[in-house]
Design a protein around this ligand. Sequence first.
Ligand code: ADP
Length: 263
Amino acid sequence: MEQVINFDFKNKNKIKKIVAVMSGKGGVGKSTVTGLVATTLRNAGHSVGILDADITGPSIPKLFGVNKKKVFQTEEGLTTAETVTGIKVMSLNLLLENEDEPVIWRGPMLGSTVQQFHDDVVWGELDYLVIDLPPGTSDVTLTVLQQIKVDGIIVVSTPQDLVQLIVNKSIIMANRLETPIIGLVENMSYFMCDKCEEKHFLFGESHVKKVLDEYQLPLIAELPIDKTLVSLADEGRIELYPSTNLTFRDEFGKNLLSEIEKI
Ligand code: ADP
């Protein structure tokens, strides 16, 4: 006889705050920043989950070195994988037979999958669920944000971006969803040379502060191009990154925690 699984267990999940990480386009470090946000919250003693809604390029499992063997379908729903420090992770990559094959999906299906990740996954009790949104501020991102009511948005940009444009678009989207923007992270802001210990602004001086002042939005941090971050991300050990005590990492953690408390 066919086994019927009852998917109506929404109330079993008790998630206090949902934070979404958004970018203007792909490749700017949105998933990496999602990983750092979750890790920072976890290190501060919170219970944390990551919902990888970047369905067509899910990279969260790789950043944390978790794999699909840890995910099970139970009567209560789909269980999550868990990272070394206990962050719960759900990603399409944990469910696919062959994670190297591209997934070509249309918008509505994508939206319903993300909603299932929210509703039908056994998250349990969480202080924070961090969502890695699809890249860009297009319909796909909007669809996800319409499915799941988030409490705040973190925007990631790089100095090459037209930051004014991204901030404008994010504000329009946030207003439409009646969701506050927590702040902006400028990633790959500069390069710190090993030899001279000076900041090199490879893409020219950033305009981010001026733009954010104009809109009265907080700058969470300017993160440099950092080879330690790349190696830890490649090795699936991103959780080790915040414990290395460089000024910009402290600043990221301090600002993030103080801004996130306001939502
Ligand atoms: P997105 O989610 O926006 O597509 P990713 O987080 O996947 O971007 O990052 C894209 C690539 O850039 C990855 O290889 C990642 O390791 C690298 N990267 C991200 N942030 C930094 C950084 N601050 N310094 C160096 N490399 C970075």
